[in-house]
Design a protein around this ligand. Structure first.
Ligand code: BES
Ligand code: ZN
Length: 482
């Protein structure tokens, strides 16, 4: 009997201990946030280490919302599994294996065939389907179910296309019960090189757990990737490099899903060539269609330059026209950060300029109805996702090689760009040079078929030169100015 009582007491004690310890989590945040929490809630935070402007901390998770204003988004913190993980995160970084010259535009034929295939109706249906869970907050049963259902949905799509090579897996996490979903299209020639597109499947945040429709944030991103997948399957796309499509768990509380995945990839030395994040694609709030997020700390300038090249090449005129500008979150705002932190090249084409995005983000009003039941803005992001995946992973047939020869040749010599345009039926109109923050550093009109353009005064670095012909078609070339 005494033993019985003793063990009951022990059980009660350990339950209490557990409750206490589960209130505390490990995280990293800006040193400034850590200091301000320390003065407002001295018993709620322990600063473990600081490196530059980032601190590893142990913190009571209830304090998370106080880092943000109301329901709004803003600098928060990134969850870490334990103290060691938090401290190591301060110095983590694997070497970059790929550079700007590894990204080329060669798959015109395939890409031009798929750009017209995007269905706005499918996008709308997927957004509504996800909104109808009520909440996809990571701790809710509806949120956990949404991950399982998405896995089934992607799996059925692959099966219906007779693609036995494609796998869809659930990724089990340490810090959340919600699963992430990973679809893999194996590469035929270099399967160990991986191209990732991703977005979070959860919704809500600490102060919005039950009624969190998350239609734009981020049902729209999941819909964008699902429609991209449908088109790749319809075209029986087999890539040379492996393609992975990822729907992350528990982004909204601190990038949990993507962080555990990217950390594992890094630990296993997986070779991710490039990643693009799709988080909020359906609210058309800016004069430009796309805000290319370019926070220097969190995005790859190599990939941002490639995005400029892609959009100049495929989306500068006609029915697939997409306009863009650059913008910054100013903090680690989404899952691309997890990949950057692990040394991979990551990018984030966003629905608008930062600040002109959907005003209902993280509220009960983030619904499809609030976006006029109109998914036309997301259509553009499916086109971007297709261009990114197809051009980086490459189509696995020899048949498209013929189309690869470009009409324009350039050489850079003594700070002059020498060009030659070879076409019997077209002439050149104009050219523009962009730097790796997508800034236009030089423009010229009325060009001859060949010529020399002075680059005096332009700093060293990587650039792209985009030439436009008299039919409005773009021809782009990258170059290194020493
Ligand atoms: N989709 C948002 C990020 C976002 C919101 C980007 C508005 C640009 C404009 C994302 O789901 C989010 O809410 N992120 C958190 C940060 C994260 C580390 C928890 C945020 O922005 O507060
Ligand atoms: Zn959010």
């Amino acid at each position: 009997m005494r033993k019985f009582i003793q063990s009951i007491m022990l059980l009660a004690l350990s339950a209490q201990l557990f409750a206490q310890s589960s209130d505390w989590v490990y995280a990293t945040m800006t040193h400034e946030s850590a200091l301000s929490l320390q003065s407002s809630h001295p018993s709620g935070i322990v600063i473990l280490a600081t490196e530059g402007n980032v601190s590893a901390v142990q913190i009571q998770h209830q304090l998370a919302p106080s880092l943000k204003s109301g329901n709004l988004h803003g600098p928060g913190y990134i969850y870490r599994t334990d103290a060691q993980d938090a401290v190591q995160a301060l110095t983590k970084n694997a070497p970059k294996k790929f550079n700007i010259l590894d990204f080329t535009i060669t798959e015109d034929m395939f890409v031009n065939e798929v750009l017209g295939m995007v269905s706005q109706e499918n996008l709308g249906n997927t957004i509504l389907e996800l909104e109808n869970y009520g909440s996809r907050f990571h701790t809710t049963s509806s949120g956990r179910q949404a991950a399982l259902d998405l896995k089934e949905k992607w799996q059925e799509m692959a099966q219906a296309a007779n693609r036995e090579d494609i796998t869809v897996e659930l990724f089990q996490h340490q810090l959340t019960q919600q699963r992430s979903v990973i679809l893999t299209i194996p590469g035929t020639e270099v399967p160990n090189e991986i191209v990732v597109i991703g977005g979070h499947l959860d919704s809500g945040d600490w102060s919005l757990q039950t009624n969190a429709p998350g239609a734009d944030d981020n049902a729209s991103g999941i819909a964008t990737m699902t429609e991209t997948l449908r088109i790749l399957l319809a075209k029986n796309f087999h890539p040379k490099r492996t393609v992975q499509i990822m729907a992350y768990a528990a982004e909204e509380i601190g990038l949990v899903g993507s962080n555990e995945i990217a950390t594992q990839y890094n630990n296993q030395n997986k070779n991710v060539v490039a990643m693009a994040q799709f988080d909020m694609t359906n609210y058309n709030g800016s004069s430009v269609d796309v805000g290319l997020i370019n926070d220097a700390q969190f995005t790859s300038s190599e990939l941002n330059l490639f995005w400029v090249e892609l959009m100049e090449h495929y989306n500068s005129t006609g029915e697939h026209r997409i306009t863009y500008g650059t913008t910054a979150c100013g903090y680690g705002c989404s899952d691309h950060v997890s990949w950057t932190e692990n040394g991979y090249l990551a990018s984030f084409p966003f629905e608008s300029s930062f600040g002109e995005h959907n005003p209902f983000v993280h509220s009960e009003e983030d619904t499809f109805a609030a976006m006029n039941n109109d998914a036309s803005h997301s259509v553009k992001f499916v086109k971007l996702a297709l261009e990114f995946v197809i051009e980086i992973a490459k189509v696995s047939t020899m048949s498209t090689q013929e189309l690869n020869k470009t009409d324009i040749q350039i050489v850079v010599q003594n700070r002059d760009l020498i060009y030659q345009f070879n076409s019997s039926n077209k002439s050149l109109n104009s050219m523009a040079i962009y730097d790796s923050s997508a800034r236009n550093v030089l423009s010229k009109n009325q060009l001859n078929a060949s010529g020399r353009i002075s680059l005096q005064g332009i700093p060293s670095g990587y650039y792209i030169a985009v030439f436009k012909d008299n039919q409005g078609k773009s021809h782009s070339k990258k170059f290194l100015l020493k």
